[in-house]
Design a protein around this ligand. Structure first.
Ligand SMILES: *Cc1c(COP(=O)(O)O)cnc(C)c1O
Length: 394
């Protein structure tokens, strides 16, 4: 085994410096992670909403171990037994559609964008996609072009064409952009990176109607807000609408790279053999992890717990507002929680970190909490106490 000093030196010398980071984590269990010096942290980042069941969730660990000894990968030239089973679980927990498997959120969204263009090519040559300001859809060239934060695109011109931007939660701004080239509208039901912004009910209902009236697709990005994060299997079901398609990724494999997009059955023939593919998409190993995640939803009371603890944390933080006037707003859905701290945000994240409490930021001013959906009330209380202590030091 290499020493910590060696690893840090190799990191510096051999790993491309696209991330600013300094902590070496070596172990995780449930809501906690440990660094190389043995320090324990309460982890409310969960790998940015990836290890949503907590670190090394026993059901998932067992599924990975067993599958690793049986069959890890076969190409998509063959059927593997876990892929159709996982597609069925996704369908049963959402809108009964058809699924394509990928490996990352960006790849799932790329596939979804290709789906929209393929659909549009058969519907009068439509190709434009209307995305939202402050959205985030990934770092590949097309998903970057769909991302409503231009700073991520600086230095990577020319942009992939065909994307326009409307204001999130503003139907009129979308309506104004729809023309005979529009294929789809792409929305995160709860914007994550943009600052934990839930869509309004009228917006989602109105958008469904707008898309139906215009004869275009309503596409959702549930890479972050899906897979139980908001207390339902997918966030759209809070709103009583059904999209035409939806991407998912982060928590789908509880840490094993696994992503997908699902289209309604009526769109099941848009992408035909040879039009889209992925070498690693939906391997037996990754799908075994995904199946264990849905088993946890169905058997371990994960979603009910996420709703209960998430609401408890949100209302408890809201109660801190009288003592900490810099808390401007507390918002979110289930265990996707944003606390708007204005210009205190950087200091607050650093203070939490000093108290061995790992949290995220989002947008320019928002503290983002993405706790494990499986946390106990005791863990929620520990987090609230650490947050209180951190706020008190500001
Ligand atoms: C993280 C994220 C992505 C990109 O996922 P990657 O796996 O990093 O490619 C896309 N959309 C949303 C909403 C995300 O939160």
């Amino acid at each position: 085994m290499a020493t910590k000093e060696e690893i840090m030196q190799w990191q510096d010398q051999y790993v491309l410096h696209t991330y600013n980071r300094d902590t070496l984590l070596v172990k995780g269990e449930g809501a906690y992670v440990w660094d190389a010096d043995g320090n324990r942290y309460l982890d409310f980042t969960t790998g940015i909403g990836v290890c949503s069941l907590g670190h090394c969730y026993p059901r998932v660990t067992k599924a990975i171990q067993e599958q690793a000894a049986k069959l890890v990968h076969v190409s998509n030239l063959f059927i593997n037994e876990n892929q159709p089973a996982l597609a069925r679980q996704i369908a049963l927990h959402s809108f009964g559609g058809k699924v394509f498997f990928a490996n990352s959120g960006a790849e799932a969204n790329e596939g979804q964008i290709k789906f929209a263009r393929k659909w549009g090519s058969a519907h009068g040559g439509r190709y434009e996609i209307i995305a939202m300001d402050n959205s985030f859809h990934g770092r590949t060239l097309a998903t970057l072009a769909a991302t409503g934060r231009s700073k991520y695109r600086v230095g990577f011109a020319p942009d992939v064409e065909g994307f326009k931007f409307a204001d999130f939660n503003n139907l009129d701004s979308i309506k104004a952009l729809i023309n005979d080239k529009t294929a789809a509208v792409l929305v995160e039901p709860v914007q994550g990176e943009g600052g934990v912004m839930p869509a309004k009910q009228e917006f989602m209902t109105g958008l469904r109607k707008l898309c139906d009236d215009a004869g275009i697709l309503m596409m959702l990005d549930e890479v972050q807000c899906g897979m139980g994060r908001t207390g339902k299997p997918f966030a759209y079901s809070h709103y009583g609408i059904v999209p035409d398609s939806m991407s998912m990724a982060k928590a789908l494999g509880n840490g094993i790279p696994l992503a997908a997009f699902e289209v309604r059955q009526e769109h099941g023939d848009v992408l035909t053999p040879g039009t889209h593919a992925s070498t690693f998409g939906g391997t037996p190993l990754a799908c075994a992890a995904g199946l264990a995640v849905f088993e946890a939803f169905d058997k371990d009371g994960v979603l009910e717990n996420a709703t209960e603890q998430g609401n408890y944390i949100m209302s408890s933080i809201a109660n801190m507002r009288s003592r900490y006037p810099f808390i401007k707003e507390v918002r979110g859905l289930g265990c996707m929680i944003g606390v708007d701290l204005g210009d205190k945000i950087k200091e607050a994240v650093a203070a939490c970190r000093k108290n061995n409490f790992l949290v995220l930021s989002a947008g320019e001013t928002v503290l983002r909490l993405m706790p494990p959906l499986t946390m106990t009330r005791a863990v929620a209380d520990e987090a609230l106490a650490l947050l209180d202590k951190s706020f008190a030091s500001l």
